[in-house]
Ligand binder design. Sequence first.
Ligand SMILES: Cc1ncc(COP(=O)(O)O)c(C=O)c1O
Length: 355
Amino acid sequence: MAKDTMQEINITQVENSRLKDVDFNNLDFGSVFTDHMMVCNYKNGAWEAPEIIPYQEITLDPSAKIFHYGQSVFEGMKAYKDIDDAVWLFRPLENFKRLNISSKRLSIPELPEANFMEGLKTLLQIDKDWIPKIEGSSLYIRPFIFASGKGFHASPADEYKFIIACAPSGAYFSGKVSVLIEEKYSRSANGGVGFAKAGGNYAGQFYPTQLAIDKGYNQVIWTDDNTHEYIEEAGAMNIFIRINDTLITGPTSDRILDGITRKSIIDIAKDENINVEIRKITVKEVVDAANNGSLKEMFGAGTAAVVSPISGFGFKNQDYDLPEFENTYASRLKKRITDIQTNKSEDKFGWRYKL
Ligand SMILES: Cc1ncc(COP(=O)(O)O)c(C=O)c1O
């Protein structure tokens, strides 16, 4: 898409920063917010210039269509600070493109690249001191768009808000992650919105995930809605399965999010001379591999957790443990991708983006 020109970004800074109140050594994920946020409105058929304002609550009309028809999409990305205090993003244009792919599916007007990139860069410059430097920590960035236009009529809104808010964050998961292979519920369907980062997709996951938690698991492995025979995603992450020395992940589709971590991991794994297969994989193949000892690893991949190793899974009232060993693909690939993200290693793929 062409780079659009845009009016100047108005900036209103906070009088007193909250930065001094934050304990950067004890950050959890996504619950402390930086001093500022970026807001960009869609009105009268066009996106206006972004504004940077102090982080604050927003007021909406009770009939705003987001509340009734769920017209909302979002992204998740991170900023990292290296030892020289330089700030890096990871493939930010992929997030921009995916936001518009999601918007299109939800009938939300397409956002110009300049509003996304210039708004994001200006916000990060202003809140730069909030980007953690501690190993494993980063600034989690949440761009989102929702229908702020009014009316109970079930149709797309005429007004939208695009906001970027940021949260300095520690590691997403800690400890072992055990998962339940889902046999009844689905997060997405053919022809649906599973490939979009639409808010409602996540609302629909909460209940089945809670049922799995009640049974003692941490997450759900989503299977295809039609047969529940194929493995699709792990919670809100793409999934990788290692059988013997082959790394397998399902092809993206209507039902599977085209994860930026997923496609980066595929490229890094190939670069490591790991045999990668992008193909459908059945639950039966995974259960058989667990039974005959060829199932070596399963892990989720996504921006928040980066790579999240799975310690075992449940299926049809039976639990299967994965082996524990050193130098796993998960640990190797996680190190390679985080070293690129945090400017600790060469970036042969050209993924890093300097602020
Ligand atoms: C459903 C789903 N799958 C996969 C991912 C991983 O995508 P990415 O690596 O771009 O964060 C996410 C998170 O964004 C997600 O919500």
